[in-house]
Design a protein around this ligand. Structure first.
Ligand SMILES: *[C@@H]1O[C@H](CO)[C@@H](O)[C@H](O)[C@H]1NC(C)=O
Length: 418
């Protein structure tokens, strides 16, 4: 229950402050001078709204009260306005049913600036002094996704409460995004934002559920003529039940601890193996939010095997294995689907990553030819399944669940084409 009211308060306060801001902007125009009028920061909410909440009152009424109670915690007008202005230019802004107030963008934007640019104090700089790529990533990608998810969390939570559904606790978000588009960083930052807003959050990758080395070897031997399952990656190379058990425990447990499986890509002489369970991370229950990401998450098995065989002779087997993966999707409450306009872009991103790794001296990295062979294994599945996933996400939702879909360009930022 507390989560629901906590988040509702967030959103109501944003709306209220937004209305309040109109009043103070008017104040500006009446001669107090631009930039001189400080505004209420979103972090005032706890002081402003007690447990009585905002029920039954209009945003205007709340705003009036907010103005009257406007003691402290000020943000310079310019910073918040700059943040809000930037946010509104992003292609994802229009997908927010209740976009937060400028101060809320500025508050969390500052946190992300500091995390991404390092030095303390960067958060106080005007946005014009920060790398424009970083600023765009924050205001056009990470924050809109986060605000969208936070809204879903409130909606899902409140629906469950109204139905008296107390069995499920965590809200599970599925993040489907092609390799190299930056989903690891994205998930890390989303997790940090949820935690900052007072929720417990765990992040998992479908990579964590790969078969152990011995299991992978058995699959490769059994289907020795199928190049798509000779190494990990495609459907058929995961232990689906391990993912199911983990998601089940994370979303249902009320107390205790849950072990989070981890895969070690450097183990087994660089070929990869499941990390020994003693080295797995431990999640303290209860967990409020689970973020599950994967390059093929949400891909749905198809019925037309013959058409699949024309894409790649190994695909019918992958398709058959894919049926079981619905068990993961069943745990997911809402989807974030990142599409890429030109799937060939995955080659470019992977080359970039390998070159960067070589330059930083962190490892030998793959040769360009090895990168091509590596990515080749994934292309048939992208060709076979991504269009259907994107269509579902932009239509009635993946598995009819709330879904946010956007496409990114080569710079990994959303493009405005939908
Ligand atoms: C992964 O495996 C490598 C090679 O065996 C080992 O050096 C490294 O410590 C392992 N990493 C983790 C996180 O277990």
């Amino acid at each position: 229950m507390w989560r629901c009211s906590l988040l509702r308060r967030h959103l109501a306060t944003s709306a209220a402050l937004s209305a309040g801001a109109t009043a103070s902007s008017l104040g500006d125009r009446q001669g107090q001078g631009p930039g001189a009028t400080p505004r209420l920061g979103a972090s005032c909410e706890v002081r402003l709204w007690g447990p009585g909440g905002t029920r039954g009152r209009s945003a205007a009424e709340i705003a009036k009260e907010a103005e009257a109670a406007s003691k402290p915690c000020w943000l310079p007008t310019t910073l918040a306005e700059e943040a809000g202005g930037l946010a509104r230019q992003g292609p994802l802004y229009a997908k927010l049913a209740q976009p937060p107030f400028d101060e809320e963008w500025a508050r969390l934007g500052a946190v992300l600036v500091e995390r991404l640019t390092g030095p303390k104090g960067a958060a106080d700089l005007p946005l014009s002094a920060i790398d424009p790529q970083v600023v765009r990533r924050i205001y056009h990608t990470y924050l809109p996704i986060y605000f969208w998810m936070r809204q879903q969390l409130v909606d899902i939570e409140c629906t469950r409460l109204s139905r008296g559904d107390s069995e499920k606790r965590a809200v599970v978000f599925g993040i489907s995004a092609p390799q190299g588009c930056g989903k690891t960083t994205m998930v890390e930052l989303l997790k940090a934002l949820f935690i900052l807003d007072g929720m417990s959050c765990q992040a998992l990758s479908i990579d964590d559920f790969y078969l152990p080395a011995s299991g992978q070897q058995a699959v490769a031997e059994l289907h020795h003529s199928n190049s798509l399952v000779q190494t990990r990656g495609n459907a058929g190379t995961h232990e689906v039940s391990l993912g199911e058990r983990t998601l089940q425990a994370l979303s249902r447990s009320r107390e205790g601890e849950v072990q989070l499986p981890r895969y070690n890509k450097s183990a087994n002489r660089g070929r990869g193996d499941r990390a020994p369970s003693q080295s797995w991370d431990t999640a303290q229950m209860p967990c409020d939010v689970v973020l599950l990401e994967g390059w093929m998450l949400g891909f749905k098995a198809r019925a037309d095997s013959a058409a699949l065989a024309r894409i790649h002779t190994g695909l019918p087997l992958v398709n058959e294995k894919l049926q079981k993966y619905q068990a993961w999707d069943d745990f997911i409450d809402a989807w974030c689907v990142v599409g890429v306009e030109d799937i060939k872009q995955v080659y470019g991103w992977r080359l970039q990553a390998e070159h960067a790794m070589k330059e930083s001296g962190k490892g030998p990295g793959m040769s360009d030819e090895e990168v091509r062979c590596f990515v080749d294994k994934y292309m048939p599945a992208y060709s076979a399944y991504r269009d259907t996933l994107y269509a579902a996400a932009s239509g009635e939702g993946v598995d009819k669940k709330p879904s946010l879909l956007f496409h990114v360009g080569g710079d990994r930022n959303p493009v405005s084409n939908e």
